[in-house]
Design a binder for this molecule. Structure first.
Ligand SMILES: Nc1ncnc2c1ncn2[C@@H]1O[C@H](COP(=O)(O)OP(=O)(O)O)[C@@H](O)[C@H]1O
Ligand SMILES: [Mg+2]
Length: 370
């Protein structure tokens, strides 16, 4: 039987659902079909509202949990129908869900992803693995990032040190060991697209800065960059993870508060793009002397950001998209959660203690049978 899995991802950008139908029987994951469900702006706002404390949260959480479960199952079903398959052909769905809180460093530590897996299993007829992060948190880990084990499986190179960078709402890196190094490191570097998306939404009423064109017209403001870089998160040693709870528009307003108000909105966008690029390159360069940087996630489409990454990383590092390694940057994370579901069903661990800080490698997630 084919090893067919579906991976469902909805990241911190809250832009929509990435869905992949993928086969794992070959050395590299083979993507058979992909589907993207963009979230309507009202739904995106409902999700972002739940990421902050607010009124009537439990009711809103419950309703959104079911609604997202339904949308996730529709995304999975459209993949199956596109290939004229039935539910029986699919071994399992791996669903990340939508993070609405990530708080692994407070006294009662938790992380919370919604998008009801009971609904997904019921509406697809496919066994669903979900809730991957909380087991790692229960084992003392950050619960994030979880993609490094998959990055290692899909992108490791025996000869060249490699960094895999996922630029979603936040950005995370995986530093892949070569034959000469043994420790695999991975962590969130800080903001990816989230600050950029929020800023252009306020000033241009657009969901994102298409290809970075608006930011590219601005001028880098060094005082603002220095102020942003002084955030203690960037100096923290790994393991570490972050989210919208920390890097959000309130954080940006706080950074701007002590500075002159002479910056134009596009200068600020240029500076935030530089912040993402510099924090990624600094994070990689503090662990690897040279190598390849492979970029995935929506940030790989931001030409301005990619140009800044390339310039900052040269000459020690070559920057390119994961497409050069046979996996399109838009689908890496969704494939990773299909792969993690496979690990769970095989009773294999999915987290890497060297990455998350967990006290043990552990089988992740809950299984919701069809
Ligand atoms: N053409 C593009 N130009 C600039 N930014 C883009 C482009 N396409 C996608 N993005 C950015 O990527 C984000 C989505 O990336 P994604 O990997 O889905 O993140 P997440 O995992 O957080 O949902 C968008 O919110 C946007 O900021
Ligand atoms: Mg997304």
């Amino acid at each position: 039987m084919n090893d067919l899995y579906i991976g469902l991802m909805s990241g911190t950008s809250a832009d929509g659902i990435d869905a992949v139908l993928v086969e794992f029987s070959q050395t590299k994951p083979h993507v058979i079909a992909t589907h993207y469900t963009p979230y309507p702006e009202t739904l995106r706002q409902q999700i972002l509202a739940l990421c902050q404390p607010g009124e009537n949260e439990i009711q809103r959480l419950g309703e959104l949990d079911t609604l997202l479960g339904t949308l996730l199952s529709e995304a999975a079903n459209s993949l199956i129908h596109s290939q004229s398959l039935t539910a029986k052909a699919i071994r399992a769905i791996g669903s990340h869900g939508q993070t609405i809180r990530h708080a692994p460093n407070q006294p009662h530590r938790f992380t919370l992803q919604i998008g009801d897996p009971n609904t997904i299993a019921a509406l697809t007829g496919i066994t669903t693995v979900a809730d991957f992060r909380r087991k790692d948190v229960a084992c003392g880990g950050q619960g994030a990032p979880l993609v490094p084990a998959f990055h290692h499986d899909a992108f490791a190179s025996a000869s060249t040190p490699r960094a895999i960078v996922n630029i979603g709402g936040m950005a995370n890196v995986t530093l892949l060991p070569t034959a000469f190094t043994t420790r695999l490191i991975g962590f969130d570097t800080g903001p990816g697209n989230a600050l950029l998306d929020g800023w252009i939404q306020t000033h241009q009423q657009q969901t994102h800065d298409q290809n970075g064109a608006w930011g590219a017209q601005g001028t880098l403001q060094k005082t603002l960059l220095t102020q942003c870089l002084s955030d203690p998160y960037f100096q923290l040693p790994p393991p570490k993870s972050t989210g919208r709870e920390h890097f959000n528009q309130a954080w940006l307003r706080h950074q701007l508060a002590s500075l002159p108000s002479s910056f134009t909105p596009r200068d600020i966008q240029a500076t935030l793009t530089e912040l993402t690029a510099q924090t990624i390159v600094n994070a990689i360069a503090s662990h690897l002397p040279s190598g390849d940087i492979l970029v995935c996630g929506g940030g790989a489409h931001n030409t301005f950001l990619m140009n800044r990454l390339t310039a900052l990383a040269a000459p020690a590092f070559q920057v390119r998209s994961t497409e050069s390694d046979g996996i399109h940057p838009d689908w890496v994370e969704a494939i990773a959660f299909a792969w993690l579901a496979k690990r769970t069903l095989e009773k294999k661990s999915g987290n890497l203690p060297s990455v998350t800080g967990a006290n043990q490698a552990s089988i992740l997630g809950g299984i919701y049978y069809a």
